[in-house]
Design a protein around this ligand. Structure first.
Ligand code: NIG
Ligand code: FE
Length: 403
C-alpha cells in the first residue's frame, strides 16, 4: 500500500472540530475545525493521518500544496442531472418578469424520453465532470424527467452509474398524458412505477406544492411518500418553493432526511424544523432563486432558530442550470445572510447530514479522501472570488476524486 503526503496546506478545513456537529449557536469559524499550516496523508484512497506540516510523517510520495486551502469535497445533495433538451428561452423570459410555475418540466420530459441511453449517459457524465472540476465529490441524482415506468427506471439506472445517492422522483409533475386523471397517475407512481424503480433508488422524493397544476397536493404527496417508505426507500421532499404550503410539515411528519427549497416558511414550519433538527434538514437552493428571480430563503432565521441547514445546487434545466457549489456558497453569503464558514459547513457537513452520511462532508482519519483544493489560501475566497474557478476535486491515488 503506498502513501501520499499532502503538505504545505495553508488552511485545512476539516469540518470535524469540537464544534463542527451543528451550526446552531457556533459563532465565527468554530464549525470548520480549521488546522493551519497543515498536512495530511492519504493511503489507498483514505485519510491515514492529519496534523501540522511540522509533524508530518514520512511517506512514499510528497505533494507540496504551496499554501492552498483544502476542504472536504462538496456534497451536492440535490440535483436532477438526467435530462436532455434546452430551456434557455424560459430562463430569458423569467429575467423579463415571467413567473416560474413548473410548466416547463413537460418540455424536458419530451426531450428526455426522446434521447438514447448513450446520449443521456454522456450528458450526465459531462455534468458530473463539471461538478468535480468545481470541487464536488458526492452528488445525489434524481429521476423525474421520464414519468413512465420504463423511462424512470432508465433514468435511475443511468444515475446509478455515477452515484449511490439515487432518488426516485416519479412524482415530479403529473405528465401531460395523465392530466385528465391525476388519481390514476398517483396510483401508477405508488404501484408499478415504484415497484420497478425501488431496486434502483436509495431515496424517494415528491414535488409538493398545494397551488400548482403541475405538482402534487398534500394528500397525493403523503400517498407517494408512505408507499415509497413501505418499499424501503428513505424520503426527501421538494417543499415550500412556490409559496407557503404543507411540504415542511409533511417532511417532518414522515421523518424525511431533508425538505428542500424552504423559500416560504411560516413560524410553525420553522418550529417543526427545529424540533426535527436531528432528523430532517432544510436544504436551501439559492441558485433557484437566482434563476427564477424569486426572494431568497431566510437562512439567518433558520440557523438562529437551530434548524439543520444544508446547501445544494438543484442543478436542473428549469430553475437552476448551474452545477457549481462555489456559486451556491457565494449566493448564500451575499444573498442569504450566511457567514462564509456557515456556507462552507452547509455545503459539506450539512449536506452530508441531509443525505444521512457521516463518512463524507468532513476530513477525518479513516474517512474517504474526498477532498477539494482551492487555488487560494482560505475558504473565504469561495465567496470573495465569486465566479473564478478556484475550486476543484483533489485527485488522490486510488481515491474516488477525479478531475
Ligand atoms: O427543484 N420544483 C421542481 N423541480 C425542479 C425544477 C424542475 C424543472 O423546472 O425542470 C426544482 O426546482
Ligand atoms: Fe429539485
Amino acid at each position: 500500500m503506498s502513501s501520499t503526503l499532502y503538505t504545505s496546506i495553508g488552511e485545512l478545513v476539516t469540518c470535524d472540530g469540537p464544534d463542527s456537529g451543528t451550526l446552531a449557536g457556533v459563532a465565527g469559524d468554530g464549525v470548520l475545525g480549521i488546522v493551519r499550516n497543515a498536512a495530511l496523508v492519504v493511503e489507498d484512497g483514505r485519510i491515514a493521518w492529519i496534523g501540522t506540516a511540522a509533524d508530518a510523517p514520512d511517506s512514499d510520495t510528497r505533494v507540496d500544496l504551496e499554501g492552498r486551502a483544502v476542504l472536504p469535497g462538496f456534497v451536492d445533495s440535490h440535483s436532477h442531472l438526467v435530462f436532455d433538451g434546452d430551456r434557455a428561452a424560459e430562463f430569458a423570459a423569467r429575467m423579463t418578469g415571467e413567473r416560474y410555475d413548473g410548466g416547463g418540466i413537460g418540455v424536458s420530459v419530451d426531450a428526455t424520453r426522446a434521447a438514447s441511453d448513450e446520449r443521456l449517459r454522456e450528458l450526465v457524465g459531462r455534468r458530473v465532470a463539471e461538478m468535480r472540476a468545481q470541487g464536488t465529490t458526492t452528488v445525489e441524482i434524481k429521476s423525474g424527467y421520464g414519468l413512465t415506468v420504463e423511462d424512470e427506471v432508465r433514468a435511475l439506472r443511468i444515475a446509478g452509474e455515477f452515484t449511490t445517492e439515487t432518488t426516485f422522483l416519479g412524482a415530479h409533475v403529473v405528465p401531460p398524458e395523465a392530466r385528465g386523471d391525476r388519481a390514476a397517475y398517483v396510483e401508477l407512481v405508488t404501484g408499478p412505477m415504484l415497484e420497478a424503480c425501488a431496486p434502483h433508488a436509495k431515496w424517494a422524493d415528491v414535488f409538493c406544492e398545494p397551488n400548482s397544476a403541475h405538482a402534487f397536493t398534500e394528500d397525493e404527496s403523503r400517498a407517494v411518500l408512505t408507499a415509497a417508505r413501505d418499499a424501503g426507500l428513505e424520503l426527501r421532499v421538494h417543499g415550500n418553493q412556490l409559496g407557503p404550503g404543507p411540504g415542511v410539515r409533511l417532511a417532518v411528519e414522515l421523518a424525511a432526511a431533508s425538505v428542500d427549497h424552504c423559500t416560504y416558511l411560516s413560524d410553525d414550519d420553522v418550529d417543526a424544523l427545529v424540533q426535527a433538527s436531528d432528523t430532517t434538514a432544510a436544504t436551501l437552493l439559492p441558485g433557484v432563486e437566482f434563476s427564477t428571480r424569486s426572494p431568497y430563503p431566510d437562512a439567518r432565521r433558520l440557523i438562529d432558530a437551530g434548524v439543520s441547514v444544508a446547501l445544494a445546487t438543484d442543478c436542473n434545466p428549469g430553475t437552476c442550470y448551474s452545477d457549481s457549489m462555489p456559486f451556491v456558497i457565494a449566493l448564500a453569503v451575499r444573498e442569504m445572510g450566511m457567514t462564509p464558514s456557515e456556507a462552507v459547513w452547509a455545503a459539506t457537513r450539512g449536506s452530508a447530514r441531509a443525505l444521512r452520511r457521516d463518512d463524507i462532508g468532513r476530513i477525518v482519519v479513516g474517512g474517504p479522501a474526498d477532498l477539494a483544493v482551492l487555488d487560494a489560501p482560505s475558504h473565504l475566497h469561495l465567496a470573495y472570488r465569486a465566479g473564478v474557478p478556484i475550486a476543484r476535486a483533489l485527485v488522490t491515488p486510488s481515491g474516488t476524486s477525479e478531475d
